[in-house]
Write a new protein. Sequence first.
Length: 344
Amino acid sequence: MKTLNIALFGCGTVGSGLYPLLSEVAQTITWRTGATFRVAKVCVRDLQKERSVQIPPQLLTTNGTALLDDPSINVVVEVIGGEAEALGIITRALVNGKQVVTANKLVVSKHLPLLRRLEELHGGRLLYGASVCGSIPILKLIDETLPFDQVNKLRGIVNGSTNFILSRLADGVSRDEALAIAKREGFLEADPTADISGADAAQKLSILIYHAFGVHLSPDAIPTTGIECITERDLEHARAAGSTIKLVAEAARENGRIKASVAPRLVPLTDPLAEVRDEVNIVEVTCHGVGVQRFTGRGAGAIPTANAVVTDLLDIVKERRYRLPEPCPPAHVPVHSILQRVAA
């Protein structure tokens, strides 16, 4: 029987959802795969901090370096968030030939070429399905369901937090109240800038582009407009036009290159994207052969992400690696804000 000795880095929103989930599904995992998941250590910044989950004190440590260099640890799960520290954890784990699972869309989207190179050089493995769209296994669907078809276009709602807020605004709730509800429900961090500005959606789109088109387009290179520009007048215009406003991430092949953007869009109520409300995500994949396919699922919150991490751990057992299509070069195309579009 194969045993995964897991070092869990981070016990915040995602980590506190993941730790008890691993215990709940342990028996099912063993029955289905013959493997045992064992959380050997949990690395945190503060041993004395009160947590929403009960973790045996002997499992807690602040010495992450020792865990990364411990040969008995064969799987590292990184859910601390941020960039520099998380990148250091992931790179050291890969250099040591470990299996790594991360939900960190910022690190993955900005540093994918480096991380993939470390995989190749040192024999480790990196899975990051949990970093995109929560409960939708979209990377696996693109890799395995559509491996011999050419993806021509991606379009979707990939940030559940802003979709929740826009749903409340469409219902007539004030902006401040919508933000407060989203925070109370656990869909927004204390600092919601990445969600509201569209940066989070751009990071996810960058990862999707890598898998759909085989090219690394940094999220900083994707023209991005967030929902902070949306006014009550925009909402009224949308209602009058039989539309709703959605933060849409999209990328498409155009004359042999990739055009990508993240921006608020007026979406007709007859469009499938308009039907997706609250924290739910949708990704629409248009392929040369099979046409349009749509995938939906909850995207925001601890539980969808924790479930996605468990799915990645199962893929570690199955020794799964990502596959990439033929690369297509990017094209940098400006995107206009919704205010300019509405005025037009």
